[in-house]
Design a protein around this ligand. Structure first.
Ligand code: NAD
Ligand code: LMR
Ligand code: MG
Length: 602
């Protein structure tokens, strides 16, 4: 029987955290096959002993180049490329940068991830949002080597065996898309595979998931994008999207196949059109360890930013319950944010969720959503306002009408429509009841942002707090003053949600675990930063943020009695960890790119 006193705190710590000598990595290949496998390849960095052991002698030039020299060489070619493309269009420059990074990714993952981690602020906008959007749009032309797995409408009945085609014995993190709503770019069909790849790159960089244990997946159920269907070089299935039961049967089969091979893998649903985003979340969240990043990850990041905004106004957090918030966009992301924010208000004020809804105004493409709206999506119904409570605002009122009447503390966009916060709307925010109103232009990529940072500070005034989903430069307000730009992007949470859930060994991801993630992010910033309008940590510290978020998620799973443990660390050991121990435990489980000795295993 387990005894609670079995380990003293220090022996528990040494059992869990003993510093290990770099673990050897087992490889089933030899010779040239290793050089062509980016998981194991070290290019000119193979030491002589390894060249002998693995049959590499003579297959490489004789000089052995250190990891540091390889790294410097790559960064030098990256810097030359920057110089050589100077003056060319943003699109050309971004795609050239993506190509050079992608070539390294395809050749030597250890070096690639080290470069990514060390230069995350500079490289995230290339391998992730916004450039990843451009890459998806041009995927068929850019495609060289496959990455991840493709399950198509034509694979029905085959997935249970297909899943065994994946070469890695263990997969911990899967990001899955059906390509139906790629960022704000719409239906990109099979080309959407760039999104799971980019998200998983962030998992490796931020959460330290071993790249041999990640799997990007495209569920190609067709596309309704006529341009792609007509394109001779389109690489996906050339048929209209499956709908209804036919569609669900494909997703069901995929989920069963994954679960059969890797029962503990976490599946992140990404960029599904709204109807399937909500439907699949409801369908799978109790059965599998999964979450929908656009609904749940986004909500946690937005809520952390909204709470930061209250602090930035110099008000106590409890004042959140009095903030008037206008949300533009009633899709998977907007409704996810609204749902979590309403729950937070209700929890903080002790009022019912119905009462909590009265401070929120929801707008979609047809204007303000009220109970008079017909054909409203069921997910939006609970947030429709009764026109009687709206002091003259009618069903379908425009953004400008709502902003002028409500004078909100916060205007938050998740509409996918570039520029909807136009000059008129931004100027109307000057009449906000808040002395420090907040503008969140969260849609991606950059072209789809509801407004630019410069326009926001120019038109809405210099006292605003500003956040966007895609990165913008800080704004120079003159006389040494800076208008801070925050990146309100779910990248601050999804890696920690995935990592914490994985290490907890929970069988599903609860609202409590997601709330813990959001609260952890919300409490991250110092009062000094918040007062300047800085709501989120710098992306340079994303690994630290992710360790803390992961630990918060893990502790929430323990508190709910859901943590079954991971690997050799069981539920009891997790229960006995202090808060600091948990953070340390999470950190110790983060993979870091360095060459480990390769050992051939037959
Ligand atoms: N920053 C982040 O972390 C983050 C996270 C998730 C989604 N997003 C972005 O949010 C956007 C929306 O994503 P989604 O999944 O909710 O999409 P969606 O298609 O489910 O929803 C879009 C919503 O916007 C509304 N809309 C469209 N045109 C409008 C207009 N002119 N005025 C007002 N509302 C309008 C639609 O009616 C719909 O309710 C995308 O650009 C996506 O990239 C950002
Ligand atoms: O991918 C991103 O940058 C955030 C978000 O998941 C989105 O769909 O826009
Ligand atoms: Mg997304």
């Amino acid at each position: 029987m387990w005894k609670l006193t079995r380990f003293s705190a220090s022996s528990l710590r040494s059992r869990l955290f003993s510093t290990a000598i770099p673990a050897p990595c087992m490889v089933h290949k030899r010779g040239a096959d290793i050089l062509h496998d980016p998981w194991f390849n070290k290019d000119t960095g193979f030491p002589l002993t390894e060249r002998d052991r693995l049959g590499l002698r003579g297959l490489l030039p004789p000089r052995i180049i250190s990891f540091q020299d390889q790294y410097d060489r790559f960064m030098n070619s990256y810097r030359s490329l920057e110089k050589n493309t100077h003056g060319q269009s943003d699109k050309v420059v971004s795609l050239s940068k993506w190509r050079i990074l992608n070539r390294l990714h395809d050749r030597n993952e250890t070096l690639y991830y080290r470069a990514l981690i060390d230069n995350i602020k500079e490289f995230a906008p290339i391998i992730y949002t916004p450039t990843v959007g451009l890459v998806c749009q041009n995927y068929c032309g850019l495609f060289r080597r496959p990455r991840g797995m493709y399950f198509s409408a034509k694979d029905k009945g085959e997935m249970m065996s297909m899943i065994y085609n994946w070469p890695a014995p263990q997969v911990d993190m899967i990001v899955l898309t059906d390509g139906s709503r790629i960022l704000g770019l719409g239906d990109l069909g099979v080309q959407g595979i760039g999104i799971p790849i980019g998200k998983l790159d962030m998992y490796v960089a931020a959460a330290g998931i071993n790249p041999q244990k990640i799997l990007p997946v495209m569920l190609d159920v067709g596309t309704n994008n006529q341009k792609l269907l007509d394109d001779r070089l389109y690489l996906g299935v050339r048929q209209p999207r499956l709908e209804g039961e036919e569609y669900l049967a494909i997703v069901d089969e995929f989920m069963e196949a994954v679960h059969a091979r890797w029962p503990k893998a976490i599946v992140q649903f990404e960029d599904f059109q709204m109807k399937w985003a909500f439907e699949t979340l409801k369908r799978y969240r109790q059965r599998f360890c999964m979450f929908n990043d656009d609904i749940q990850g986004t909500a946690g990041v937005a809520l952390a930013g909204l709470l930061g905004t209250v602090r930035a106004q110099g008000r106590p957090l409890s004042d959140f319950v009095k903030q008037k918030i206008v949300i533009v966009g009633a899709g998977s992301a907007g409704l996810g944010v609204l749902n979590m924010a309403v729950q937070a208000v209700s929890r903080m004020s002790g009022c019912s969720q119905t009462e909590a809804k009265s401070q929120f105004y929801l707008i979609d493409k047809d204007g303000l959503i009220t109970t008079e709206r017909s054909n409203l999506d069921p997910a939006a119904v609970p947030f429709a306002r009764n026109p009687r409570d709206l002091e003259g605002l009618a069903e379908g009122a425009s953004i400008i009408e709502v902003v002028k009447k409500v004078k909100p503390h916060v205007l938050l966009g998740l509409s996918g429509v570039g520029g909807v916060f136009n000059e008129q709307v931004l100027k109307a925010m000057r009449e906000s009841v808040s002395t420090k109103p907040a503008i969140f232009a969260m849609s991606n990529p950059t072209m789809n942002a509801e407004c630019t940072a410069i326009d926001a500070f120019n038109h809405a005034g210099e006292s605003i707090v500003f956040a966007s989903g895609s990165p913008f430069e800080n704004v120079d307000l003159g006389n040494g003053r800076v208008g801070y730009v925050n990146q309100a992007n779910n990248m601050y949470l999804f890696p920690g949600i995935g990592l914490g859930s994985l290490l907890s060994g929970a069988r599903h991801i609860t609202d409590g675990m997601l709330q813990a993630a959001s609260e952890c992010l919300a409490s991250y910033m110092t009062e000094e930063d918040i007062k300047k309008g800085i709501l989120y940590p710098c992306i340079d510290s994303i690994r630290n943020v992710t360790a803390d978020v992961g630990a918060a998620v893990l502790r929430a799973a323990v508190a709910e009695g859901l943590a079954e443990g991971h690997g050799v660390v069981g539920s009891k050991e997790l229960e006995h960890m202090s808060k600091d121990d948990t953070v340390e435990y999470v950190r110790r489980n983060m993979w870091y790119p360095e060459y480990s000795p390769l050992v051939h295993e037959k």
